[in-house]
Design a protein around this ligand. Structure first.
Ligand SMILES: Cc1cc2nc3c(=O)[nH]c(=O)nc-3n(C[C@H](O)[C@H](O)[C@H](O)COP(=O)(O)OP(=O)(O)OC[C@H]3O[C@@H](n4cnc5c(N)ncnc54)[C@H](O)[C@@H]3O)c2cc1C
Length: 411
């Protein structure tokens, strides 16, 4: 008889519980920098790091603590394989778009690894193969086609029919040499590199008044930051209402759930499946034990019961991996553009010096690096070969609302 697993009473992210201890001051005085960045998650800190590396002075304002937003509630896979996507993307938006998506995210992996080595960031970076799998025979041809398209795009893809998982699968696409890491600790490492020499990181510093112009100004408490550019790296702007409304016509939020429990036998690889009742899997080394993170049960915020969703994930952990105790449970939210491409560039079509990066569809650990490169180049007036595909002022997210609605209903 399968006995009922007990879940923790409170929600805690494993990552937030194990984040390295370091802190930054609250902004109290007026300052002037080249670029002010609102949001101290992986997106804001990556852009800040790349701008500082290019000679700019920057200030990062975080209303809570570094890495405490969605970056602290993530899974931790760094990969260019964002589910089963390349065959569909290539067909829907063309091969050139699929190629840029593939190339930019694969390049992000290398660039993140390079920064971790250069800045000596302790963030449990480990190379892992990533897999998308199906347990249904009817999907085999689809998976063969995905492997072929991904390989044609230059990705390290192969078709597989067996996986080192404790249950049978029918087909999988493997991307070799992807990675996993402790995303909030990586973000903290970026913050340490950003802070100093005329650049700043502030915590518990909520950006309120934001004014785009020449110069730009951002208010926080009694302090004003004057800058040539603003990057809003908060996913959806928290205020004013008009900004939220403008974003809602191009992207929508999704909440997902994660549980973590101790594995009895070691596990390699990172996994995800589009099948109903299958989830995202990531084994994580925690001291001398391995925890398995199981994530899924996505939905539009406000619909459904969190406790039922946590229980479904816990039951899956028990049935498929024999996990007998759940140590962590948490949920987090990310945004998806209606055409399923991240939104990177000017905040609004009429923005002068205000930029954003959002709509990462729960794959922002690699695409925040793509965003950082594009935003740096836009701010410095440099050409960027990926910028057009991800341009945040494109019209396609709005015309893709019916596509997104149909896909959501079917999922
Ligand atoms: C459950 C789940 C699992 C995921 N797993 C993966 C994965 O395995 N691989 C992957 O690539 N991606 C994954 N993602 C996606 C990835 O985690 C996100 O895309 C990424 O962390 C977003 O980072 P961010 O910096 O844009 O946002 P955040 O981390 O949310 O940072 C934004 C910051 O802005 C701050 N802020 C907001 N308003 C203000 C203000 N007014 N003033 C100052 N600060 C403000 C917030 O406090 C916050 O810290 C996952 C997402 C979810 C939800």
């Amino acid at each position: 008889m399968v006995h009922m697993l007990k879940l923790p009473d409170d929600e805690h992210s494993y990552w937030k519980d194990t984040i390295s201890k370091s802190s930054y001051p609250v902004i109290e005085h007026d300052i002037e920098v080249d670029t002010v960045i609102i949001g101290g998650g992986i997106t804001g800190l990556t852009a800040a790091y790349l701008l500082k590396e290019s000679g700019q002075t920057v200030a990062v304002l975080e209303k809570n603590t570094i890495g405490s937003g969605t970056t602290g509630g993530t899974t931790g896979k760094v990969t260019s394989q964002h589910g089963l996507m390349y065959a569909e993307l290539s067909e829907r938006l063309g091969k050139k778009t699929a190629l840029i998506y593939a190339e930019s995210n694969q390049a992000a992996l290398k660039q993140i690894a390079y920064i971790i080595t250069k800045e000596k960031i302790a963030c449990q970076w480990e190379t892992e193969d990533n897999y998308v799998y199906t347990a249904q025979s009817k999907n085999i041809e689809k998976f063969k086609s995905e492997a072929k398209v991904a390989l044609d795009l230059g990705l390290p893809a192969s078709f597989e029919d067996q996986l080192p998982l404790p249950f049978k699968i029918k087909a999988a696409v493997k991307f070799a040499n992807q990675a996993k890491f402790h995303a909030p600790n990586y973000t903290k490492g970026l913050a340490a590199a950003v802070n100093g020499s005329g650049s700043y990181v502030f915590e518990h510093s909520n950006a309120t008044g934001i004014s785009d112009g020449s110069p730009c100004q951002v208010k926080s408490g009694h302090a004003t930051i004057t800058a040539k550019n603003i990057i809003v790296a908060t996913k959806m702007p928290t205020a004013p209402l008009i900004a939220r409304a403008a974003c809602a016509i191009v992207e929508y939020p999704q909440t997902s759930y994660i549980v973590a429990g101790k594995l009895d036998s070691p596990m390699k690889g990172m996994y995800i499946s589009p099948d109903k009742g299958h989830y995202s899997l990531l084994p994580v080394t925690d001291g001398n034990q391995q925890l398995l993170l199981i994530g899924g049960e996505k939905h539009i915020p406000g619909l459904g019961s969190p406790s039922k969703r946590f229980k479904k994930l816990a039951n899956y952990a028990q049935e498929h991996f024999g996990i007998s105790s759940i140590s962590y449970k948490w949920k987090a939210m990310d945004y998806l553009a209606y055409d399923e491409l991240p939104l990177i560039g000017k905040m609004y079509p009429w923005s002068k010096h205000m930029y954003t990066a959002t709509g990462f569809k729960k794959w922002g650990l690699s695409t925040s690096m793509v965003a950082g490169n594009i935003l740096r180049d836009l701010i410095l007036g440099q050409q960027n070969p990926w910028a057009e595909v991800f341009d945040s002022t494109r019209l396609r997210p709005i015309t893709s609302i019916p596509h997104a609605a149909i896909k959501y209903i079917k999922s």
